[in-house]
Write a protein that binds this ligand. Structure first.
Ligand code: FE
Length: 199
């Protein structure tokens, strides 16, 4: 059993020049892999080894005695989700039912773009920016460190990793430039639309 590190859903150079193969090699093969290894070691021979990772995240959230399990489980899940949120030739505006939902709940794409960028750039320190569905409505949020909408009863639709390891090799301290590029060149709106349709 255990949680397996998923392969990247594309090649290491698929997001170049916007995110380089070097960044993806470190981010996936070192950072993401370490969260998965740590998680599996921490739950080995415990009842949590047989639970889904989403169940582990919910069961350990805000439990001070299980913070290591939560952090590694949530980071393993968040990264698997993040890879799917990008693709080569992505970015720009969504279409169809997702675009209509953004118009209805968030005031249109331009407002979404501005608010998502603000969430991503104002998350102090490490964390994540999210588009989630909560009580049937779209919402833009940000979480610190490993925290994840999975623990909060929200349905994640899109995320941007704003830990420095996600962008430092390519953008150094310029997080706003990384977020602009994520939105304009990388977002996999088909994945977001599928998440909304399943919710
Ligand atoms: Fe990361």
């Amino acid at each position: 059993m255990g949680y397996e590190l998923p392969a990247l859903p594309y090649s290491y150079n698929a997001l170049e020049p916007f995110i380089t193969a070097k960044t993806l090699e470190f981010h996936h093969d070192k950072h993401h892999a370490a969260y998965v290894t740590n998680f599996n070691n921490l739950v080995k021979d415990t009842p949590m080894a047989d639970m889904s990772i989403e169940e582990v995240i919910k069961a350990t959230y805000q439990d001070a005695s299980k913070v290591g399990i939560f952090n590694n489980a949530a980071q393993a899940w968040n990264h698997t989700f993040y890879w799917e949120c990008m693709k080569g030739g992505g970015g720009g505006q969504p279409s169809g039912a997702l675009a209509e939902k953004i118009n209805a709940d968030l005031g249109g794409y331009d407002q979404f773009r501005q608010d998502f960028k603000t969430a991503a750039t104002t998350q102090f320190g490490s964390g994540w920016a999210w588009l989630v569905l909560e009580n049937g409505k779209l919402k833009i949020t940000k979480t610190g460190n490993a925290d994840t909408p999975i623990a909060l009863g929200q349905t994640p639709l899109l995320t941007c990793d704003v830990w420095e390891h996600a962008y430092y090799l390519d953008y150094q301290n310029k997080r706003p430039d990384y977020v602009d590029t994520f939105l304009d060149k990388l977002v996999n709106w088909d994945f977001v639309a599928t998440n909304l349709a399943k919710a």
